[in-house]
Design a protein around this ligand. Structure first.
Ligand code: URP
Ligand code: ZN
Ligand code: ZN
Length: 584
């Protein structure tokens, strides 16, 4: 057994000294409300939430005065120990989940990606073997459908059974001659998902156009990393998003689009939503929010190649803010990392041919801090919406709710004590990844985890990382997620789930289910040390539309939290600004 950076201990009962934990004086933030409450944890489960709790002697107490107590992050998109494009990712399941925990993420969902012709079950078993003994936090698995045949359909049926616990399958519209499916096979796979009440996921880019553009660019002498984005611009992504939505509609299936990287992609899903009945979920990435495609033009190959992922970062520098706003406005529903790190020597496989640069970047560690900085500190998103997009919505979609994604009685004790005032600079020298490059290098962030509790164990302890290799477990994700297949009313009836006990957030008055800006602002002004409602999923409703200028926004958790313990609450002060009706 390994503790933190490679130190081996044996014979230690890791749980015994820590099975009772009290997080005191913090503000509990869930996706639907905030309240000032203590949280008592025993044997890996949240047992009590409230004030004046009766706590057994010998319980460790963490003082969370001035801090936010949130459900641990769920990263719905990682690639640990993945072999692709002739290389293997640097982060394995130990280092990858260690980095995740360091950043406040307590559950990851990784992708089993079979080779063409390989048994899906065999690939699944390989992944379990790689991960089970190594993970520092819980994990689930999506499975890639990288080829199609009746045997694949049969294996999907097995994989969704209780024995395997898979409820989502990813199909690729890109990576021609590798993982790509044509539209016929894609439609068959989407139909199979719908029949099995699993969730189809797609990588939406037009693989044929990319292949042709790549040939043309190479022939014209464009061989460097800048050719990567040029071979697959926004239109190439937007077209595939639209086509994927049409295919899902024809198959009468819900759809989850992974790593949406552009305004064009968001526009396409919005348009599809307006005409389609089945739910369409859009995931974006920390990379898109935290950086942009200008790096592909960096003269240093290593620097530029380190930013290569697919779909690529966009040269349009207004993309990151547009994507944050789409998340806040519920045009996109969640944020992952697509963590897929490669060492410099592997990125060099593409020196002289950008199409051979292994695709992938870091993000599992910095996902939450980067989004907090870009979305909450700027006033675009409130803390509840932050919890929704980084944790709760993934739990609901992948049927882990409310055991995961919620701070409530009977939920798993995966909890983050978030210090909204903690300042740091992101740097590869300090990060926990196995690579020596970080795409967010040098970014100053305010707000990071101080404590991270994984299944009741304090794994980040006042900033000190104390993860345990193998502490995490595999999570079976049952099909037929009520959030996906149960209709809208199920989304709001999590309180009826047998595991759920309400933390009793006080809701603001609503009109047609949506808090009015006036009601919400008044409510937040009135908030004292009691519970409060949040504006999720329309987190932006706290501000007037048009007040989107990052520089002029004055919503500041860091400042407002100063007086949390003396009745001050998170508050939104409306910045000056004109009206506008939308970005795109
Ligand atoms: O560039 C990326 N995204 N690498 C990982 C594989 C994938 O498409 O998700
Ligand atoms: Zn992909
Ligand atoms: Zn990916």
């Amino acid at each position: 057994m390994t503790v933190d950076a490679g130190k081996t201990v044996s014979g230690i009962n890791i749980k015994s000294s820590q099975n009772r934990l009290l997080i005191k004086n913090g503000r509990v933030v869930n996706d639907d409300g905030m309240e000032d409450a203590d949280v008592y944890i025993e044997d890996g489960i949240i047992k009590q939430v409230g004030r004046n709790l009766i706590i057994p002697g010998g319980t460790r107490t963490i003082d969370a005065t001035g801090k936010l107590v949130m459900p641990g992050g769920i990263d719905p998109h990682t690639h640990f120990e993945l072999e692709m494009m002739g290389a293997k990712t640097a982060d394995d399941f130990y280092k990858g989940t260690r980095a995740a925990v360091a950043g406040g993420t307590t559950t990851v969902i990784d992708f089993v990606l079979p080779d063409k012709g390989q048994s899906l079950i065999e690939a699944y078993n390989n992944w379990r073997q790689k991960a089970d003994g190594k993970v520092c936090c819980d994990y689930g698995l999506h499975v890639g459908v990288t080829w199609w045949s009746p045997s694949v359909r049969k294996e999907m049926e097995k994989l969704v059974s209780e024995d395997y616990g898979v409820n989502s399958f990813k199909m690729f519209m890109a990576y021609k001659d590798a993982w790509m499916l044509d539209d016929y096979n894609l439609m068959c796979a989407v139909e199979a998902c719908a029949e099995l009440k699993a969730l189809p996921q797609v990588h939406a880019e037009n693989g044929h156009i990319i292949a042709r553009n790549t040939e043309k660019l190479l022939a014209a002498g464009v061989t460097g990393p800048e050719g990567h984005e040029r071979s697959r611009d926004e239109e190439v992504e937007g077209e595939a998003v639209n086509r994927a939505c049409v295919i899902a509609n024809q198959a009468n299936s819900p759809l989850y689009i992974v790593h949406m990287m552009s305004k064009s992609a968001v526009r396409a899903i919005q348009q599809a939503r307006a005409r389609q009945r089945q739910p369409l979920y859009g995931e974006t990435l920390a990379a898109t929010v935290g950086t942009d495609g200008s790096h592909y033009r960096n003269a240093c190959f290593r620097h530029a190649a380190a930013h290569v992922l697919s779909p690529p970062l966009r040269p349009d520098r207004s993309t990151p803010q547009a994507i944050v706003e789409a998340l806040a406005d519920d045009h996109l529903q969640l944020i992952g990392s697509d963590n897929c790190t490669f060492h410099e020597k592997d990125k060099e496989l593409g020196k002289g041919n950008f199409a051979k640069i292994p695709n992938g970047v870091n993000g599992v560690e910095d996902r939450m801090a980067v989004l907090w900085q870009k979305a909450v500190n700027t006033g675009i998103m409130d803390p509840c919406r932050f919890v929704a997009v980084t944790s709760s919505t993934a739990a609901k979609i992948f049927n882990l709710w409310p055991a995961k994604g919620r701070v409530a009685v009977n939920s798993d004790a995966d909890v983050v004590v978030w210090d909204p005032r903690l300042e740091r600079t992101i740097t590869a020298a300090a990060h926990k990844h196995a690579v020596d490059f970080n795409i967010f290098e040098g970014q100053h962030v305010v707000g990071s985890p101080q404590y991270v509790i994984v299944n009741g164990r304090v794994c980040l302890d006042d900033g000190q990382l104390r993860v345990v290799e193998g502490h995490g477990k595999f999570l079976k994700t049952p099909v037929n997620s009520p959030y996906v297949y149960g209709g809208e009313e199920v989304l709001h009836s999590a309180s009826e789930h047998p595991l759920h006990v309400d933390v009793a957030p006080r809701h603001v008055s609503v009109t047609n289910g949506t808090p009015t800006p006036e009601a919400l602002n008044k409510h937040l002004e009135d908030m004292s040390v009691t519970s409060s409602g949040c504006s999720t999923p329309t987190g932006r409703k706290m501000r007037e539309t048009g007040q989107r200028n990052l520089q002029s926004s004055t919503f500041s958790i860091s400042k407002e939290v100063e007086g949390l313990d003396t009745k001050t609450s998170v508050r939104v002060r409306n910045p000056p600004g004109g009206k506008s009706s939308g970005l795109w």
